[in-house]
Design a protein around this ligand. Sequence first.
Ligand SMILES: Cc1cc2nc3c(=O)[nH]c(=O)nc-3n(C[C@H](O)[C@H](O)[C@H](O)COP(=O)(O)OP(=O)(O)OC[C@H]3O[C@@H](n4cnc5c(N)ncnc54)[C@H](O)[C@@H]3O)c2cc1C
Ligand code: FES
Ligand code: FES
Length: 1288
Amino acid sequence: MDGAAELVFCVNGRKVIEKNVDPETMLLPYLRKKLQLTGTKYGCGGGGCGACTVMISRYNPITKRIRHYPANACLLPICSLHGAAVTTVEGVGSTKARIHPVQERIAKCHGTQCGFCTPGMVMSIYTLLRNHPEPTLDQLTDALGGNLCRCTGYRPIIDACKTFCKVSRHERIIDPKLFSEEEFLPLDPTQELIFPPELMIMAEKQPQRTRVFVGDRMTWISPVTLKELLEAKVKYPQAPIVMGNTSVGINHTALFTNDFILGLTLGAGLSLAQVKEILKTQTYHALLKHLGTLAGCQIRNMASLGGHIVSRHLDSDLNPLLAVGNCTLNLLSKEGERQIPLNEQFLTKCPSADLKPGEILVSVNIPYSRKWEFVSAFRQAQRQQNALAIVNSGMRVFFGEGGGIIRELSIAYGGVGPTTICAKNSCQKLIGRPWNEEMLDAACRLILDEVSLPGWAPGGKVEFKRTLLISFFFKFYLKVSQILKTMDPVRYPGLADKYESALEDLHSRNHWGTSKYQDVDPKQLPQDPIGRPIMHLSGIKHTTGEAIYCDDMPVLDGELFLAFVTSSRAHAEIVSIDLSEALSLPGVVDIVTEEDLRGVNSFGLFGEPEKLLETQEVSCVGQLVCAVVADSEVQAKRAAKRVKIVYQDLEPVILTIEEAIRHHSFFQGERKLEYGNVDEAFKVVDQILEGEIHMGGQEHFYMETQSMLAVPKGEDQEMDVYVSSQFPKYIQDIVAATLKVPANKIMCHVKRVGGAFGGKVTKTGVYLSCFFFCFRHGCPVRCILERGEDMLITGGRHPYLGKYKAGFMNDGRILALDVEHYCNGGSTLDESLFVIEIGLLKVDNAYKFPNLRFRGWACRTNLPSNTALRGFGFPQSGLITENCITEVAAKCGLSPEKVRMMNMYKEIDQTPYKQEIDATNLIQCWKECMATSSYSLRKVAVEKFNSENYWKKKGLAMVPLKFPVGVLSTAAAQAAALVHIYLDGSVLVTHGGIEMGQGVHTKMIQVASRELRMPMSNVHLRGTSTETVPNANVSGGSLVADLNGLAVKDACQTLLKRLEPIISKNPKGTWKDWVRIAAFDESISLSATGYFRGYESHMNWETGEGHPFEYFVFGAACSEVEIDCLTGAHKNIRTDIVMDIGHSINPALDVGQIEGAFIQGMGLYTIEELKYSPQGVLYTRGPDQYKIPAVSDVPTELHVSFLPPSQNSNTLYSSKGLGEPGVFLGCSVFFAIHDAVRAARQERGLLGPLKLDSPLTPEKIRMACEDKFTKMIPRDEPGSYVPWNIPV
Ligand SMILES: Cc1cc2nc3c(=O)[nH]c(=O)nc-3n(C[C@H](O)[C@H](O)[C@H](O)COP(=O)(O)OP(=O)(O)OC[C@H]3O[C@@H](n4cnc5c(N)ncnc54)[C@H](O)[C@@H]3O)c2cc1C
Ligand code: FES
Ligand code: FES
């Protein structure tokens, strides 16, 4: 093999030639660091988020066709790109040249917020349009399935992309428009980058030669003929064949092969997307069905059939089907061809049935199905799309001519063992039996016996998995029975209509939505932008990849990288730390330990400081132990893995809230709020109910992980810090304190943040060792957390346990409520007590409880410390209250909505802390939501549906919202701004707020534009810095635009006041005239600070009285869902949201905040599930295990509308803060599912109390819809085994 170690490919039309390339180099770091193409983002590094999507184009010299497909740059070894053309977001369009219609439309349709996911979205849609210039809605949903967005809630992105689709007007409805389609650039496919002719010539003419790339740890061989591949296989029998590289990872030697592994049947080298295309013309609907949901579009295009089969993942979707379909594998080696069956022995890697070391898989033979032979596929995952199955299955039955007697039966399952499991013995025993109810019963028992899962089985959800095994078989039974009926109705009477509902799958695909917002006053000046749907000012830059985030900053001379070493034990003494091996690695500069930070090893805001590095006693898995500094990211991370720590476990290990209660492990004492006389009220009520609900935590999952760059300035101990933080002042303070220098030496700059949601307030403190190192050694230090590290270290939303006792009358009036809240705070205090306090103050939600007692405790446990997350205690507290109301309604035999309405605040009233509340708009929102959602009509329709369908149920629920806005103290709400006018009349605005996607900078420019009466284009905003606005408060709590806007307004008014005499002298003049000629010459200062001292707020916990909040945001949401009682799947059919938002400053941004928060809340309450081992290890450390909502989870219909403007005199132009309130509205989906589950249970005669915890996952839905199958499964005695995971 003669290697010509030269790698040639193109990036955005430019040729790249790499000699001596390291085979371990992936395309993502190559693009970002080597080519400085930072538009392609790192979001997860594992193919799960789509932030790194690029388009790969390949020319096939035989077919003369070019294939364009989306791919995850994070999984693509650059060695695999020889001859390929890579297009990144920069190659699609830019503001410097010409923006592409995809970029323009996503931006102008308000499809970007933080913008971090946007380049990936652009690339997915761009690639779709390259292949299908007028795609269908299905193709669109498919194309976006592999891209996650944490901010927008997807609706505006779908709207933007829909403008390319051939759809009816109804499907495109956006009414009234937040954007104008007429303005859009047309899509002109002739303008696209062509496939580089050079590469085409290379493919046609250049003799193909095997390429070999030798790295330090890995050799890459790209053979060009099958013969060479086989020879290489003999030489390196253990080396994997890298196809899509979606499951190989790094290995010692790799062989690369591509399109020439093509067989007469299905070539093993075909990508899964190609297999999907081919199968369209055949009868293999079962395979097609799985290929529609398997992974995202990118992975389906990269991953190969051969790689999928040979890797034999335990949750492979295709192997169970191929196994039951009697498929054979065509193998080739130097010795010749061979066929082996794809059967259980192969799947369990039995040596006699497996590939031999020198063999490769060339093709797969999938036999056609015969008459009287039926094949079906089933799967259930945590999320509809782009999620590995919890259990999947392939099933096949063959009856032969006539008789309905089983001649052949094959059943295989994935997700229930180390690899695909075949229920061979069960099938054998059922041969010869007729296809009837007795057979079904026997089959279920046999399957449960054969495919037995121990209580401790990896992956958990054991009882759910057992239930799915037989629920799937039941579905198969019904499906086959129904087909038999159509084939021979006389002999096979088939199913009652009521049961047919078991057969259809639930999919929400074609979305549409409307937004109804306030019109601006017709008297408002046309150039005044307040109240208008102005696009996010960085929108276009988000879509072109030109928006710069922290890690997009170029590598500086002498820059070092810092990586953390974290504890692997929940509670242990560190006996020893051996750094020697790590220090001996090339490129490692130093390792920072607790000893280095002696005297300055702590940080924290809330009274109880956190230790930065811990080398004595660790109190959670993920605690920082030490930090390795090296000359590259790769070396720092490699070295961090070589640090050896010996632990001695300590007792107790407290992980759950229940354990904390038992050990009395709390941060400080209880927090309490009392109103009326609860004990007396309990004596007079008709009924008393006691209940509890457990609510899991939530990961922030901001798309940009925690990122930081510290740069020493070289003199006077100055340092610049660039950080992705919501709170630069905090970073400045702790750095200055740690380094013992005054704050005026440390400047902290934030251009923008790629999503934060509360996770970048205190948690950015983890970087202290970077600053320390930077300071001590005088070199720039960068630290970017990997997704897994970020999820492990930084905590998230607090899990909650809510206990309640409600006293109520038979008509639903609640007279007394006694509630206890416990949150799982983790190992350090952080903001846990504050979260409990806010939760207590908001526990009444929209209800007037005349007598109540609320108590709360923050539990200290051995988990990573939890922190702020959008909504800050209210999403948990509100759910507990709504759950109590739902139970009260059930007890009274009333609808929850009726009980909600009955107990709601009406007009002017008083909150439990004696703050006045005017609830007129609350009632208005409720009524409007009832009307716009046609609640009453749809309730009837839902009931009718439920009476006609046994296995599918619908649910409808509506929740009200009263979200108090404020931060409990006047000082915490102060804000400042600085506005300069330059002599050319242009204006620079700076303020203390952080742009993290919510569009605060856009709103601030709107404010300056109104106040200074100048066009927005004349005003600029560069970012946030402690250098321009000192001592700024944290950006959070829905108040950033409110507070900073008042400061900007103040500064602008000061300037205008100074300039008014000049303007009035020359009212027709321009800003240039006024400023240059008049003001400057007259020595008038053109720079002003603006200040807002904060809302008057206070809270006295002793008396339980105060005025902690400035105002209330009101709203209501009505959601409808459909559930599959056999699998636990649910579909979000429709959501209507009505909000009272005062006067909207920017309806496009405000709708975006409401929808984005709603979808985040929906995720919180339904699918986002953190899993911890019984030893306190977080399993869910990436998008592959932790599922945030994807595009397919958006309700098929989503309508958002605002009440007419209302006055709110103290706030900025009577606007209201909207960042957080919408999260809680996500629980309307929770209660709609609750409603559907209750309907299923009632039909099955289960009328007792229904306890459903959050998140209401497929597992909980299925297990609550009890039936003969849930009764049939074996149950494990609690305590008889150690479960894989525990609820915390
Ligand atoms: C984000 C993500 C989501 C996913 N979601 C799903 C999902 O929902 N459902 C599902 O079923 N799977 C899913 N997968 C798994 C995916 O289907 C497999 O990783 C993929 O099919 C493997 O194909 P590949 O070409 O990338 O194989 P590679 O990673 O390139 O290779 C895998 C193994 O196969 C061997 N191999 C490859 N080709 C041959 C050949 N021709 N002959 C012999 N040996 C060969 C290699 O030596 C290697 O050991 C997901 C993967 C990712 C990364
Ligand atoms: S970074 Fe590549 S898919 Fe997430
Ligand atoms: S805009 Fe999509 S993640 Fe922020």
